[in-house]
Design a protein. Structure first.
Length: 201
């Protein structure tokens, strides 16, 4: 009997659960493509100087029957993933984010690491490349940090964009698998004699 035995949802709806978990995996991959990299996706501006956030994106099934999909970022990217997704308002430029810079700018050490991985080459006022001394690199990193504080960070809603892209492709497929499971259950109920005729009074 459908839904009346207390059975595990994986037993009652195996086709749907298989498709549901596969949808989660594909949506997670789509989120990684939203972030982009040298090899995957088109966004060259976010998270891919090191690729840490993109590689950290994961999905797992939770709940008594494993029917709830949880999308998340693994450490260390979990500490800043929400800011990358939602963006951060600057002290001057706003991005409609729930997060804002106030008195503190991004850490200069973090900017230095980004500059090294990018990599960033320094130029003088005439646009000529100059020797990258520690003092010059620190000065440039400080300037970038202050600029980020003023202008903020425009978010890229990688999971929301991934859902908007993947759901239209998967919704009918998921509904079809649910229908297949329901039909299988009805046939099983008929075979077990669980469907009986009723007489009108």
């Amino acid at each position: 009997m459908i839904g009346g035995t207390g059975n595990n949802i994986n037993d009652e709806f195996p086709s749907f659960m298989k498709e549901w978990l596969e949808f989660g995996v594909e949506m997670n991959l789509a989120a990684k493509r939203e972030l982009g990299s040298r090899k995957i996706g088109k966004n060259n501006n976010y998270g891919e100087a090191s690729g840490t956030l993109r590689r950290s994106l994961s999905v797992r099934a939770e709940g008594p029957n494993g029917g709830r999909l949880i999308f998340y970022a693994k450490p260390p990217a979990d500490s800043y993933a929400k800011f990358m997704h939602e963006g951060v308002n600057g002290t001057i430029r706003k991005h409609g984010s729930p997060y804002s810079y106030t008195t503190k700018a991004p850490p200069v050490d973090a900017i230095r690491k980004w500059m090294k991985v990018k990599p960033v080459r320094l130029r003088d006022k005439q646009g000529r490349f100059i020797t990258q001394t520690e003092a010059r690199m620190n000065s440039a990193a400080f300037g970038i940090a202050q600029g980020i504080k003023r202008n903020g960070i425009k978010g890229i809603k990688y999971y929301q964009n991934a859902y908007d892209l993947m759901w239209p492709r998967w919704s009918e497929r998921l509904m079809d698998s649910m229908q297949d499971d329901i039909e299988r259950q009805i046939i099983a109920d008929l075979g077990d004699g669980n469907v009986v005729a009723t007489t009108a009074k």
